[in-house]
Design a protein around this ligand. Structure first.
Ligand SMILES: *Cc1c(COP(=O)(O)O)cnc(C)c1O
Length: 436
């Protein structure tokens, strides 16, 4: 499998090179040359396969022979080392809990998979040190920090917007230390992301430092998210109904992986991109014009993205045909107020505690069902992308109930927290040059 840049101005590369580079030299996102089609028998007998076997079958065609079979199996085993339970909320809506990993974020899977692929690629290609530079609106940073923690030959630098991530998220970023450096930026997530993008095209930096990204622009992080959709399909509560999956979206990497899964042959009837007030994609679906916006701050902060970087990949899947895209994808946008009432509503069903992101996913399914003539023929699954404890101050107030702390974060408040503070790109650049 080769990957070409969506700016069409760079050489095609194999999987490991694409993982190491992150972004192509022309600043384009890498995209697979073709989307592999899976064996129909595999899909129809998916119940017989373990999650690890499914993941191997799904990702292997994207890697080809670049990672030997036994090593890829080991990488997958270490990546999927926790559960992905499907929990029933209402008669025809369930949630797939993706927050059982070490940082309680769905991004744990992508980060763990990427760290291991990168470490293998670095060894094979005999590079010296690699610096992973990443911007986070909340959950990426923690997952990446944990996924790369103490991985040999890799330094991780994380930029996060001051005051715009939760206390727990900040602790997850700033308490590991070792090969992880957290930098607080006085600005928005989009500004953090712009600084990362500037570093990647700065000739002086790329000459001296081997830089790569760990945002969902990296294909190892992006593609491994396909696993969720296969796991959701395998465990779907009602196999006679058509499956609709609602994804809380920010940079649109997760949902894009879902749509790729569908193109590989996974029977998902419809996708819903559920967003907070950052409604750039909804506006595009309505108007045909993609107009990036400044990000708006909300209580579902991991989705505060005004110019989602992976949307170009979704457009590519449909060859920029808006009508085709709309057959597969709908989008809905919700205010913080609506998000809060959704948390309350979900709690009224068996006391299920949703986080603000998952709650938005729930609302998307409900509205899509209302728009359909025969919703009883549909089974909805929304992805629960973060553990509610990460947003405890908001959620506990709404449901008036204390959320139990999961084992992953017990004791984190006693760890020593370290961060640097920076303002603009030049400061970051000098820091990187001095560090390497
Ligand atoms: C990152 C994140 C999202 C958005 O995922 P994208 O792939 O960027 O669309 C949603 N919810 C949570 C909790 C996240 O951390």
């Amino acid at each position: 499998m080769k990957y070409s840049s969506l700016n069409y101005n760079s050489k095609k590369v194999g999987f490991l090179d694409a993982v190491i580079k992150g972004l192509a030299p022309d600043r384009g996102l890498y995209f697979p040359e073709k989307i592999p089609i899976l064996d129909k028998n595999f899909i129809s007998s998916i119940e017989n396969y373990s999650n690890n076997e499914i993941a191997f079958k799904v990702i292997e065609p994207f890697i080809g022979n670049e990672i030997p079979k036994n090593i890829l199996q080991k990488i997958i085993e270490e990546t999927l080392s926790f559960d992905f339970p499907l929990v029933k909320i209402t008669e025809n809506i369930s949630t797939l809990e993706l927050f059982k990993g070490p940082t309680l974020a769905f991004k744990d899977v992508g980060a763990r998979f990427m760290a291991r692929c990168l470490s293998y690629g670095n060894k094979i290609k005999k590079h010296n040190k690699i610096t992973v530079l990443v911007a986070t609106s909340g959950d990426t940073g923690g997952a990446v920090a944990d996924g790369f923690y103490k991985v040999k030959g890799i330094d991780v630098i994380i930029l996060f917007p001051k005051g715009k991530v939760s206390k727990l998220q900040e602790l997850q970023l700033t308490t590991l230390n070792e090969n992880i450096t957290a930098i607080e930026i006085d600005g928005t997530f989009d500004q953090c992301q712009d600084m990362v993008k500037s570093a990647f095209i700065d000739p002086e930096l790329i000459d001296k430092i081997k830089l790569t990204s760990a945002n969902s622009i990296n294909i190892a992080r992006w593609l491994s998210q396909m696993f969720y959709y296969f796991i959701a399909f395998k465990n779907r509560p009602n196999p006679t109904k058509k499956l609709v999956i609602s994804v809380p979206c920010g940079n649109f990497g997760n949902i894009c992986a879902g749509i790729i899964s569908n193109k590989m042959g996974l029977p998902i009837n419809h996708f819903i991109a559920s967003t907070n007030s950052n409604d750039t994609v909804l506006n595009y679906l309505n108007s045909g014009n993609y107009i990036p916006k400044k990000s708006i701050q909300t209580i579902s902060n991991a989705m505060d993205v005004g110019d989602p970087s992976n949307f170009i990949r979704i457009q590519k899947i449909f060859n920029n045909d808006l009508l085709k895209l709309k057959k597969t994808l709908s989008s809905y946008s919700y205010s913080d107020k609506q998000t809060e009432s959704a948390i309350k509503e979900i709690f009224s069903y068996n006391n299920y505690i949703a986080d603000p992101h998952g709650a938005i996913g729930f609302l998307g399914i409900k509205d899509y069902f209302i728009s359909q003539e025969d919703p009883s023929s549909l089974q909805g699954i929304f992805l629960e992308t973060a553990h509610p404890i990460k947003f405890a101050n908001i959620v506990e107030r709404i449901i008036n109930t204390k959320i139990e702390s999961p084992s992953q974060i017990k004791g984190i408040r006693n760890l020593k927290s370290n961060k640097l503070t920076m303002v603009g790109y030049n400061e970051l650049k000098s820091f990187l040059l001095a560090k390497n």
